[in-house]
Ligand binder design. Structure first.
Ligand code: CA
Length: 585
């Protein structure tokens, strides 16, 4: 047994409260090494005959990545406290693993066991319940629809008449979203994520000038109120983008520092190295990346903090928004986000807080800061297999297993899964314009756990490279829309809504990738019913023998709604190149 590979710590993704009563305990072992793991556990203060009274339960193997196996046990501690250790067996030797290390026999001293001190309800990670049933649609407002030509910026181009550039404008606005609400209802999405809508200089609005005003080219506050009401009347949630890491160059406090230097009362609002400020050859103040037009805000300064928290409060209180997406969230201090959460959750407890972090994000997901992060590791893995074909389906399953075990289960349920955004090339471009590959990517996105997001226009087959290419005007000419792709995505959304098991109920398991080298297969099961999603990532016909005994059962194809009775033990599913199936039995 390779004991150096064994890992556990009594916190985060290895020991967490899944509900106010239940604990999940996980352990990692070397891949294909340990065959059985037993959890020994009990309340530290329960003793019998002078000995600590513990129980034992077998742990379940939940997945395997490229290097490790992961095991879980679900425990409901009677008195909310837990001490625990592991007995690991590889069919040759058996060893005990506790907080003090390894020993041949389970320790008789309770102090040698891991400690989960108390299951405090306040510590339970609890994302808003509605999120896991939400299918998001990301709108880049300048490019979705122009509903009011009177507010178009000077020099706006005719809709779709030019390729997008970093500086051009086409006049998209909030009225355009209101006018097209029936389109979104028809597609089936029930949440909109807007990239920034506050007053800013650029077309992307990530360079805020005034956080308490809407950009006049998008509409006024009355229009925004109407937009929120229209969305809420149609059961659509609204999430706004908070760009708190940096302001825009034309943010008045920054302009004041530019003008007055050391004498500006705002000099501590930014991270300034020396005076006077200069932008060339490199800014002498901290910025987003190295762009002088996005000076980093000093969120440790109390005035800045109060200002930004006022902003956070204002749009929730006055406009009843349902979520905040936090731009460049990981470059802001944790304490700021803790206070941010307190402020917004006090006003609206079920507001969704989504951080933009592209990496392992456990430190932000302990229940005191964010409800979710943008799951880019998911995106990368999905594109690498189905679009770029740079990994095998086995590697795909291993990578996805790794992503899933980076976080507690209740965090995965509300992970924000995306396949493209205003910051990435469009899915169709990633797929080299192969529509079948894009279709598979959306099939996976919309059948997997988490809360999926569709970037505007992807559903009708819009194309475009890295930004600004991915920010073209929405194609409203139905003759130029890919109706097949739209129907495909619409159907998947409708299945997801009808089948809670497919979305975020039940337990997810990948089928062993060894069963077929060209297939990705996973199941969701609640013990009574199972849904199987099977995707052929290759350009060959395949024959997949289902590893279940289904004789006598009725199998329903959820995508075609066809039912058939299984009358033999072994069922083969035939899939055409880049095809898929979703079966329920
Ligand atoms: Ca307009």
């Amino acid at each position: 047994m390779q004991i150096e590979a064994i890992y556990h710590r009594p916190k985060d993704n290895y020991a967490y409260a899944c509900t106010k009563d239940d604990l999940h305990i996980r352990i990692r072992t070397k891949k294909n090494d340990v065959t059985r793991v037993t959890l020994l556990f009990g309340d530290p203060y329960q003793w019998e005959d002078g000995k600590w009274a513990y129980k034992s339960t077998p742990m379940t193997l939940t997945g395997t990545d490229s290097l490790f196996d992961y095991w879980i046990a679900e425990i409901t501690p009677e008195f909310k406290r837990l001490r625990y250790g592991f007995v690991l067996n590889d069919d040759t030797i058996e060893t005990f693993f506790g907080e003090k290390g390894f020993s041949q026999e389970p320790s008789s001293d309770v102090a040698d066991y891991f400690c989960f001190p108390f299951l405090n309800t306040a510590d339970v990670f609890l994302a808003p319940q509605w999120v896991k049933n939400t299918i998001w649609y990301q709108i880049f407002p300048e490019r979705f629809a122009n509903g009011d030509s009177s507010n178009d910026p000077d020099g706006s181009l005719a809709w779709g008449s030019n390729e997008p550039t970093p500086n051009n404008f086409f006049g998209g606005d909030l009225e355009g979203v209101i006018e097209n609400i029936s389109y979104l209802k028809d597609l089936g999405v029930n949440g909109i994520y807007f990239t920034p809508i506050f007053k800013a200089f650029s077309n992307h609005k990530y360079d805020t000038i005034d956080y308490l005003e809407l950009d006049p080219a998008f509409g006024d506050k009355e229009t925004f109120k109407r937009l929120i009401k229209t969305c809420h009347d149609h059961d659509i949630k609204v999430m706004l983008d908070a760009v708190f890491n940096h302001s825009g160059f034309y943010f008045p406090p920054f302009q004041d520092v530019l003008e007055h230097g050391q004498n500006s009362k705002y000099k501590d609002w930014f991270h300034i190295h020396d005076f006077p400020l200069k932008t060339e050859p490199a800014p002498n103040y901290d910025t987003f990346a190295f762009t002088p037009f996005m000076p980093k805000l000093n969120t440790e300064n109390n005035e800045v903090k109060e200002y930004l928290l006022t902003v956070a409060r204002y749009w929730v209180e006055e406009f009843d928004i349902d979520g905040w997406r936090l731009d460049v969230a990981n470059e802001i201090d944790h304490q700021f986000w803790r206070e941010f959460r307190q402020v917004v959750k006090t006003i609206k407890p079920d507001l969704y807080i989504l951080g933009e972090i592209w990496h392992d994000s456990m430190p932000w997901l302990r229940g005191d800061q964010f409800d979710a992060v943008m799951n880019y590791p998911f995106t990368t893995n999905l594109l690498n297999l189905f679009a770029k074909q740079s990994i095998s389906s086995k590697q795909f399953v291993e990578n996805m297993t790794n992503v899933l075990h980076m976080y507690p289960k209740n965090i995965n349920d509300t992970a924000f899964n995306l396949v493209g955004s205003h910051d990435t090339p469009r899915v169709l471009n990633e797929c080299n314009q192969d529509e079948n590959r894009a279709r598979l990517i959306f099939t996976f996105l919309l059948t997997f756990i988490g809360t999926p997001c569709i970037y505007y226009g992807d559903e009708i087959g819009m194309s475009g490279g890295q930004d600004p290419g991915c920010r073209k005007c929405m194609e409203w000419d139905v003759k130029k829309q890919n109706k097949d792709l739209f129907t495909h995505i619409q159907t998947l959304i409708s299945i997801r809504k009808k089948e809670p098991l497919l979305a975020n109920e039940g337990t997810l398991s990948f089928l062993p990738p060894e069963l077929h080298s060209n297939c990705v297969a996973f199941t969701k099961s609640d013990g009574k019913q199972t849904i199987l999603v099977l995707l052929n990532s290759s350009e060959q016909d395949i024959n997949y023998t289902l590893p279940f005994n289904l004789k006598g059962k009725t199998i329903k194809n959820l995508f075609t709604s066809k039912e058939f009775a299984a009358d033999i033990d072994e069922i083969d599913v035939k899939l055409k190149p880049l095809d898929f199936t979703i079966l329920k039995f």
